[in-house]
Design a binder for this molecule. Structure first.
Ligand code: SD4
Length: 330
């Protein structure tokens, strides 16, 4: 990751968009602190998402490429995974809780700090779009359970069975062997968190999941919690998380990462620090995975995880690639 060069000469003008990692205070004698930076061309538009979701990233890129805004891009991007029945961690086809009910969590956040969220939502394929409606059509931020579902129907969303033949079968098998016990697992994470910067340089993010498989009924993870599973600050950047949500909530992970970028860390450094904070509270534990993904205002990206295996997808005019996160904690 290239760090920006800070210029100590206050006579230089500030050029381009000032990224968090590019911010530095330059003291000149008898003058107030000033922030200046080298001229670097921000990468925009750009979209990144957790894991190797090529179709979702392509969809978001399509929106951005045509001049669409970051909010539309992330919503339409993650909707691809919500509708994909083969993704067993998101939307339709997501694995159920231990009572056999699929309950979804999602949130969305825009450039102005507006946000919407739904938790424990059943029977609706696109929780991210319900979250957007919460943001845009109500005075609230977070709706839960039956209330969220009723609101979704009022907004025109259709009722649909979210269990598929495959997840129903898997659940029946799980019942036979599990003793009705929820266990944490380092695998089977496919939650999608997506961050985008549009051609205006504005940032938005979305995150959507069916949560931990066979969770205790009523459980809500980090993904719909603003600051935990997702956070965007248009001055600085955005971050999102995947993995065991309880650990991400404990450190308010995404907010932490954005704040670390505000203080001057690169997205990569900020994600590493986020994982380290979590591991400090969990010495000796190896049974869970966390992956953080971050982008700063300049379009620089970074990712870090506890165990190998986390990847993120990036799409900009520089190309389209799946980035394996090669450095990890364990
Ligand atoms: C949760 N963070 O509900 C989510 C799960 C996840 O990939 O990320 N799965 O805890």
């Amino acid at each position: 990751m290239k760090r920006r060069k800070f210029l100590k000469n206050s006579s230089l003008t500030t050029v381009g968009i000032v990224s968090a990692s590019a911010l530095a205070s330059c003291k000149t004698e008898n003058k107030p602190q000033e922030t200046v930076m080298a001229s670097t061309k921000p990468i925009k538009p750009i979209v990144v998402c957790t894991w190797n979701f090529g179709n979702a990233t392509s969809k978001a890129w399509d929106v951005l490429r045509k001049g669409g805004n970051a909010l539309d891009a992330v919503e339409q991007g993650v909707m691809v995974e919500e509708a994909d029945e083969t993704n067993e961690t998101v939307g339709k086809g997501g694995r159920p809780d231990r009572d056999g009910n699929v309950t979804l969590d999602a949130c969305i956040m825009d450039k102005d700090g507006n946000c919407g969220s739904v938790v424990y939502l059943q029977n609706i394929v696109h929780p991210v779009s319900v979250a957007r409606k919460v943001m845009e059509e109500t005075p609230h931020i977070l709706l839960a359970g039956k209330g969220a579902e009723k609101f979704a129907y009022e907004q025109g969303f259709k009722k649909e069975d979210l269990l598929t033949e495959s997840t129903r079968k898997q659940y029946q098998e799980w019942l036979k062997t599990s003793k009705y016990e929820t266990t944490i697992n380092i695998e089977n994470h496919d939650t999608i968190g997506m961050l985008a910067i549009d051609e205006n340089g504005d940032i938005a993010g979305a995150c959507t999941t069916s949560g931990m498989a066979y969770k205790v009924a009523g459980r809500v993870g980090d993904s719909p919690i603003i600051g935990a599973g997702l956070y965007v600050d248009n001055e600085v950047g955005g971050a999102t998380a995947t993995g065991v949500g309880e650990e991400v909530i404990r450190t308010v992970g995404s907010f932490l990462i954005v704040e670390l970028m505000r203080q001057g860390k690169s997205p990569q450094e900020a994600c590493e620090e986020g994982v380290k904070r979590i591991m400090k509270k969990n010495e000796g534990r190896e049974d869970f995975q966390i992956g953080f993904l971050a982008i700063n205002k300049n379009g620089e990206t970074g990712g870090y995880c506890v165990h190998p295996g986390f990847t993120y997808r990036e799409y900009s005019e520089n190309g389209h690639e799946n980035r394996e996160v090669k450095s990890f904690y364990n």
